[in-house]
Design a protein. Structure first.
Lengths: 114, 111
């Protein structure tokens, strides 16, 4: 596919369970970003990967959140021991790197924690 | 704390009206300013990336201006159409690769 692909599109889980969200970026894009949008809020930066550099994790809200990017391509965002406040739309974006380059977004994963 | 502010928060206009909204940001260490359109149930889609003070960009009926010295950008829509209904997001790149997004302006255009 030509675009950013995210899976699953929807995830319903019980409080306390772990979840994994997947992002497949556009081929050749060196930068990959995770954001989330909680109800009534703007897009909140979570984490950023650029090439082989150490990721910028400054937006992760707690140590229950982690992400990895394997082989410079696919990324997985993991939320451990989910809480109700983790319910949000999680968006992934990729770009050719640097802040002047357009970010291309996936369709997002809607996470609902019951 | 870096704040990117957008106003108004929401806007309702009639088809054919022209409209504009504002994005305000800290002017220090400016790198780039992005505008995205986010339609309901779709992915955010890039409209413009602006880097130079005084930049003006245009895409069909939508245009944007940038003032990096005073820290603001305007987005204009001429002759709004119902399909323009969306949330319009601006985002600041401040010397780094990540973007800081504003909370958006939600536009609804009524036929």
């Amino acid at each position: 596919g030509a675009g950013v692909s995210q899976s699953p599109s929807n995830k319903v889980t019980e409080k306390g369970k772990d979840v994994e969200l997947r992002c497949d970026p556009i081929s050749g894009h060196t930068a990959l970003y995770w954001y989330r949008q909680s109800l009534g809020q703007g897009l909140e930066f979570l984490i950023y990967f650029q090439g082989n550099s150490a990721p910028d994790k400054s937006g992760l809200p707690s140590d229950r959140f982690s992400a990895e990017r394997t082989g410079g391509s696919v990324s997985t965002l993991t939320i451990q021991r989910t809480q109700q406040e983790d319910s949000a739309v999680y968006l992934c974006a990729s770009s050719q790197g640097r802040g002047k380059n357009i970010q291309y977004f996936g369709a997002g994963t809607r996470l609902s924690v019951l | 704390i870096l704040n990117v502010e957008q106003s108004p928060q929401s806007l309702h206009v009639q088809e054919g009206d022209s409209t504009n909204f504002t994005c305000s940001f800290p002017s220090s260490n400016f790198y780039a300013l992005h505008w995205y359109r986010w339609e309901t149930a779709k992915s955010p889609e890039a409209l413009f990336v602006m880097t130079l003070n005084g930049d003006e960009k245009k895409k069909g009926r939508i245009s944007a201006t940038l003032n990096t010295k005073e820290g603001y950008s305007y987005l204009y829509i001429k002759g709004s159409q119902p399909e323009d209904s969306a949330t319009y997001l601006c985002a600041l790149a401040q010397g780094t690769d990540k973007l800081i997004f504003g909370t958006g302006t939600r536009l609804q255009v009524f036929p």
